[in-house]
Design a protein. Structure first.
Length: 384
């Protein structure tokens, strides 16, 4: 196994790989990064592990069976394509690719080579998500009329200085889309799409996408966004997220039906079903790398997050590429907490707006929020 992008978030992958290496389930054959490999005390590099600064040189010399790709989003497609052509299966960090055309290109490479790609939406391996969809199938929620997610996080100034592509819409003419919907809170959107998949009994086919996007800094992408996806079949999906929250809200997915409402706090795997008085933790997450290894050993074991499953998410990103620049919020609407690189900007009243959007399935402009602008809308396909 090789890891491309061994620094930054790649150190998390090194910890996972290190444990599996020590257990004899794999052999770490190479680390790749354009910068010197940083030491990770929780997962030291095994003695003698080759390191590279160019993934192409690594593919030629090491010929790995599996490649984990944890590089900037706009580099995913060429690295993944080259890895599968070289004969490797891949675990590809989210967002996997940045538009439907890239998705189709990578899917074609997988089909031609017979390789597979797992996408790093690790929350899809949650036992809590399975418990929720099982409860829905058993009628605990009833006929589903709405699926929504809301999350309020905070990111300091340092977050947008972490890399040259941070907060950018494009780099060197290639899309990056490092916004709240596409990157840090992508899991919230993907969880909703997975639930919609369970409701409809098959892949989600978005017909239209409406989005309001805002920012509190001179960045090129959104740090606050409200999204509504209307699928061909099933209820609408609404996402209301921010990186400029007043108070921390880890991330909730709400499923509303005529028998009640279920709430899944996806980062903590806490689930509240209709008729229950308190949320309970549902332990157990299947690791995506372990699942990929199990699939390689026995192809009858299904992948948790195959590339095909993420096609609706990529359709959302395709729409975001065409959307206008996010609206800048400022003045008395935004306040600052802290100084220097750890300064955080917050939108006054944003948490309440997020709750209203998730509760009513309406976007801020439709709710009469004073600072809201009309949504941008993309029609992806006509009705059947």
């Amino acid at each position: 196994m090789a890891l491309v992008g061994a620094n930054g978030h790649g150190r998390w992958h090194r910890r996972v790989i290190g444990g599996l290496h020590d257990a004899g389930q794999l052999r770490l054959a190479a680390l790749v990064d354009t910068r010197p490999i940083e030491q990770e005390p929780a997962a030291p590099v095994p003695a003698g592990t080759p390191t590279f600064t160019d993934y192409r040189a690594m593919l030629a010399e090491v010929t790995p069976d599996v490649v984990v790709i944890c590089t900037p989003p706009h580099t995913h497609l060429p690295i993944a394509r080259d890895a599968v052509i070289a004969g490797a299966d891949v675990l590809l960090e989210k967002p996997p690719v940045l538009c439907t055309a890239e998705h189709e290109e990578l899917a074609g490479a997988l089909a031609r080579t017979g390789r597979v790609a797992q996408v790093g939406f690790q929350a899809l391996g949650s036992a809590a998500l399975t418990a929720l969809t099982d409860a829905m199938s058993a009628g605990r929620v009833g006929a589903v009329s709405g699926i929504a997610t809301l999350a309020a996080w905070q990111r300091p100034d340092a977050y947008y200085a972490r890399a040259p592509w941070a907060g950018r819409r494009t780099v060197d003419g290639r899309p990056v889309l490092d916004g709240a919907l596409a990157n840090p809170l992508a899991h919230a959107v993907m969880q909703c799409l997975a639930i919609a998949e369970a409701v409809g009994g098959g892949p989600v086919a978005p017909v239209s996408i409406e989005v309001e996007r805002y920012r509190v800094r001179p960045i090129e992408v959104d740090d606050t966004a409200m999204l509504r996806v209307r699928p061909r079949h099933g209820p609408p999906i609404v996402a209301a997220v921010t990186l400029a929250g007043e108070d921390f809200l880890a991330g909730e997915v709400r499923v509303t039906g005529d028998a009640g409402r279920a709430v899944l706090e996806y980062p903590s795997d806490r689930l509240l079903l209709p008729g229950e008085t308190a949320a309970r933790e549902v332990p157990g997450r299947r690791g995506l790398l372990e699942n990929l290894l199990a699939h390689r050993a026995a192809p009858g074991v299904p992948l948790i997050a195959p590339l095909a499953r993420t096609a609706p998410f990529t359709a959302v990103l395709t729409a975001l590429q065409a959307a206008p620049a996010p609206t800048l919020l400022g003045g008395g609407l935004v306040d600052a907490v802290g100084d220097g690189p750890q300064r955080v900007l917050r939108v006054r009243g944003i948490n309440e707006v997020l709750r209203r959007v998730a509760e009513q399935g309406a976007l801020p402009s439709e709710l009469g929020v004073s600072w809201a602008v009309p949504p941008w809308r993309a029609v992806l396909a006509g009705p059947e």
